[in-house]
Design a protein around this ligand. Structure first.
Ligand SMILES: CC(C)(COP(=O)(O)OP(=O)(O)OC[C@H]1O[C@@H](n2cnc3c(N)ncnc32)[C@H](O)[C@@H]1OP(=O)(O)O)[C@@H](O)C(=O)NCCC(=O)NCCS
Length: 194
């Protein structure tokens, strides 16, 4: 849990433009959050992705934690204080995705997204899945759009008065779980994406 906590704390500090001194405070808060969320399993799950590089001589480096994502499957796994615009509480929801900064742009976020969708489809065939994305975050917005997510609703400009960034609520209808087997490679997924 500690390395996942560290990764999420660094990612939150980055997105809130906080100085690195705040990371230890965030670590404490994220750890409390994850401990609480763990009691809601199997209505929610944290997925983690590992990365191992193969060097030129064929030697493999030790694997390292590369990314994480949280999936809520149903109403009982829903967050007690959901962000705006609110998503339907009983629909699956994806959140808290982060990839380690030096390992970005290698397809890890994409794999985490696809793994989340596959798991949701297995738990609940023919599901709708929701997620939030801040309007200023180009990287995840491109990834979600490419994966077929559409904007359902966007925060009103008045949200700026609460010192929050405006967010989009995005939605996708997942295919039946068998369709994932045909498209479990990055390239075939991307070819199918809009
Ligand atoms: C969003 C995030 C998880 C993406 O992870 P990643 O492993 O770098 O993403 P991938 O390499 O799988 O990229 C998948 C697609 O997303 C889009 N994308 C990713 N990073 C991008 C960037 N910096 N700029 C523009 N598009 C980007 C691209 O379409 C990319 O496909 P391509 O590389 O074939 O062009 C990562 O940038 C991150 O951790 N950001 C900080 C936390 C965050 O914003 N989380 C999302 C909260 S909504």
């Amino acid at each position: 849990m500690d390395i996942t906590v560290g990764l999420l704390a660094e990612s939150f500090a980055e997105s809130m433009l906080l100085p690195s001194g705040y990371v230890s405070v965030l670590r404490f808060l994220v750890k409390q959050y994850l401990i609480e969320r763990r009691t809601l399993m199997p209505h929610t799950a944290m997925l983690i992705g590992f990365y191992r590089e193969t060097k030129e001589g064929g030697d493999e480096e030790e694997e390292q934690l590369a990314g994480t994502v949280e999936v809520c499957f149903d109403k009982r796994g829903a967050n007690a204080s959901p962000p705006t615009p609110t998503s339907p509480k009983d629909s699956p929801y994806i959140c808290n995705m982060a990839v380690k900064k030096p390992l970005r742009r290698r397809g890890i976020g994409w794999h985490l997204l696809k793994a989340s969708e596959e798991l949701i489809s297995l738990m609940n065939p023919s599901s709708d899945v929701y997620l939030h994305c801040r309007m200023i975050d180009e990287a995840p917005f491109n990834m979600y759009t490419r994966a077929g997510y559409k904007i359902v609703k966007t925060d009103s400009i008045l949200i700026l008065f609460t010192l929050q960034r405006r967010k989009h609520l995005m939605y996708k209808k997942l295919p039946a779980s068998s369709s994932f087997l045909e498209s479990d490679t990055l390239d075939s997924d991307r070819e199918k994406a809009p």
